[in-house]
Design a protein around this ligand. Structure first.
Ligand code: SAM
Length: 280
């Protein structure tokens, strides 16, 4: 086909290649290069600085898990206040908005252009912004968190990889700030990278969450369009262990969710030996 262009995410001697049929959006923002493509098999594709952020095909896995692992790991009643750091595409917001118990859903995204692009070209994910409980804050999440004390029940760090604007979201001070921003029972969940692709970052992140919080766990999520086909999520709390859900998913909600369920919540924290070895 003449309109077919294969694009790749490459790095570290490894790559993912996807057939696209249209380049819907290309823009250099203050922070990063933003590209949105139409693909032959995977629906829409969002890339930032040449790194795949989501495809319509499998974004439900990542977004359901990032939102629901902390929501159901929370063991001090039901969470009422949530914060998303990063997550400009709106996918985590969409999943949080399925929970009527939440009273506050804040998002702090550094790049307003990602939000605008998602609203225009990715309505299936950016529909999260339609929820009236959502308040948008534009800025660096590492600064935003310093101003909040004892306020949120769940914090979700849906960031890009270290190296770009996401760099300050991968250090101990940031997690100490999150701990101070959480009230009793609070749970944090972060984009935790792939143990196949970035073992050093996985080890570093888990060392940080393990040091700052009393309870922590590393979950594996299957996302075929991320390089190596998996990505991790770090979940941590000072209140109670996070590897089991406190509550069953409400039956009506369970009909809508395509990945998260109570059994997956427990199973995703079971790690093979090479991943366990990273945490020693
Ligand atoms: N699912 C994704 C992935 O593949 O890792 C993450 C998607 S989401 C689009 C990541 C967002 O984090 C981007 O929109 C980026 O602008 C935002 N971001 C990066 N650094 C940030 C920071 N320091 N504060 C707030 N948002 C940040």
């Amino acid at each position: 086909m003449s309109d077919s262009v294969w694009i790749s995410e490459v790095g570290g001697g490894y790559g993912n290649t996807i057939e696209t049929t249209g380049h819907l959006y290309s823009h250099r923002s203050k922070y990063q290069q933003i590209d949105i493509y139409e693909t032959r098999k995977l629906g829409k594709l969002l890339m930032l600085d040449g790194i795949i952020q989501l495809t319509s095909y499998d974004e439900f896995v990542y977004h359901e898990m990032l939102a629901n692992l902390p929501f159901y790991a929370y063991k001090n009643g039901t969470p009422r206040r949530a914060l998303v750091i990063g997550g400009g595409d709106g996918g985590v917001l969409r999943e949080l908005s399925r929970h009527p118990e939440l009273e506050v859903i804040d998002i702090c995204e550094i790049d307003a252009d990602v939000i605008e692009a998602a609203k225009k070209y990715l309505p299936e994910t950016s529909c999260g912004y339609l929820d009236k409980r959502v308040s948008i804050h534009i800025g660096d999440g590492s600064k935003f968190i310093e101003e909040k004390k004892n306020y949120y029940d769940i914090v979700i760090v849906d960031s890009t990889d270290p190296g770009g604007p996401g760099e300050p979201l991968f250090n101990g001070e940031f997690y100490t700030g999150i701990k101070a921003a959480l009230r009793e029972g609070g749970v944090v969940t972060s984009q935790g990278e792939s143990a196949f692709l970035l073992p050093d970052i996985v080890a570093r992140l888990n060392r940080i969450t393990g040091k700052v919080f009393k309870y922590s766990g590393y979950a594996t999520l299957h996302v075929p369009t991320y390089p190596t086909g998996v990505i991790g999520a770090c979940v941590a709390s000072d209140f109670a262990e996070v590897t089991t859900p406190a509550r069953e998913v409400e039956p009506e909600l369970q009909k809508v969710l395509r990945y998260y369920n109570s059994e997956i919540h427990t199973a995703c924290f079971v790690q093979p030996n090479f991943v366990r070895a990273l945490f020693k």
